[in-house]
Write a protein that binds this ligand. Sequence first.
Ligand code: GCB
Length: 608
Amino acid sequence: MLRPQSTATRDLVSLDGVWKFALVRDSLETEAPWTAALPGSLEAPVPASYNDIFLDPAIHNHVGWVCYQRRVVVPRGWTRDERYFLRIEAATHKGRVYINDTFVTEHVGGYTPFDAEVTQLVRPGEAFRLTIAVNNELTNTTIPPGIIRVEAGGQKRQQYFHDFYNYAGLARSVWLYSLPTKHVADVTVVTDVQGATGILRYDVQTSELGAGETVHVTVRDEADAVVGEAAGARGAVHIDKATLWKPGAAYLYQLCAEVRSAAGAMLDTYSVATGIRTVEVRGTQFLINGQPFFFTGFGKHEDTAIRGKGHDPAYMVHDFQLMDWINANSFRTSHYPYAEEVMDFADRHGIVVIDETPAVGLNLAVNSGFFEGVGKDSCTWSPEFINDDTRAAHAASIRELVARDKNHACVVLWSIANEPSTNEPGAREYFAPLVALARELDPSRPVAYINVMFANYDDDLVADLFDVVCLNRYYGWYVHTGDLATAEAKFEAELRGWDRKYGKPIIMTEYGADTLAGLRSFYNAPWSEDFQVSYYNMCHRVHDRVPAVVGEQVWNFADFQTAASHVFRVDGNKKGIFTRDRKPKTIAAVLRARWSQKLLDQGYAGTK
Ligand code: GCB
């Protein structure tokens, strides 16, 4: 799915700003709030989650629909032989779009974009009323899943199985854009390297073309010089002495796809930033451009005060500055696809990304204790909980993630789920078709799932289906709490077990300890900054003794908000290396020194 772009043939109008806002207290259908100006005087920023904007607990805790509304004027210069669309980059978790009194489209899935075609409903130079209804409900057939309880007073209460706050609303940008009738509909670029030659294999999908109308592809380097051209909707461009996209040394070519008329006139043009690089798993190595790669960095979240999951370019740039400072070369988009600006930034700055679907919390074993009996006696993979409908939603989330992010050089690994219950019967039947789907959609990248500590190498039922072993482990924190000597021995024994059984690269995708910034302890008490340092030193001794470990992404980049029902969290999860407002804890300097060496070992220039 191509992100809207302003080009010689396409216009793009940002609809970000402050919109009218209202809760839907009863039923969206009966209230039909899109048919008139929204009631009340509330206004909400777009992009932002709405939950922490207002002081009213009824909004903060609302379960159900809300509406955003604004007036939009279609640029008067737009012509009638174009098509017009709205692009909603994220409506968490379900969105419905209305133009004046007319329903246009619905989309399910809170972290991937969708379009609403409005060509027949609006006119150049005229205004229309745009209403976007957004629903935050999670059920056993959504990704991520949840359970809604209705209390005695009729009040809905949302429970969910993941450890981050269920922020909702329009957390990313909304656009109005125009598209020529004859247009580039999709572009897929897969790169390869042969000797000094970079190869861009491309596939351009178009709207239906007439006789003599053709597709033409031009590749430009960073100096804007044309370095390759090709005719036809499918083909390959070879670039001699190509500059590769490398971790820490990004280089992007622009592949420009054009639709041309029979007379050679440009009917549409669209550019895709393309980094030439290869990714391969060989034995216990993870290779980028044929070189062994060691991941340093983070599991992150899109989470900041007030905005919730709202995309904010200031935080984005600052977070990348912090990653640069600490010598992180990678992160995982735990636990959902991030804003496309983040992926573009990672492409431009050579940061490697493990790209994850929103499939988190498919595990009753982890969560049954927290939720008043939910799941105590049930199986995760069952008609009552994660069933065929959930899997269909999960498949859709994989399709949408790959469709959106397939051309990003930064993405080197797909993660199709975080901590599913992979030692329960039914896990293999559930996952085998999803892995096959991911491979079919993108044969060029390895596929992983992120393993939870309850599913060990001797009872996990799915690890052989995947290319890499990604482990979340909390030895010394959730188990053997504070006892780092026992933790060290058990952790090492487990890693060696995975290595023995699977012989695949192991990436530590989570390990960490909650740490209250400023809390110090002579006795290495859990929650202190001192303990966090000792804990990480312990883990790193183990990583360094197990050669199959090819990556360490600590949990988490920054402290982040969680559900109030999680009574073991005080104002959120505190496993951040940075606080929620991005101040370093003591551990930050320790990681920085360690990862400096890791990067030097991989031939990075100029580590901090
Ligand atoms: C995990 C989850 C992550 C949690 C983390 C924790 O294993 O993947 O979402 O936040 O543990 O801190 O408990």
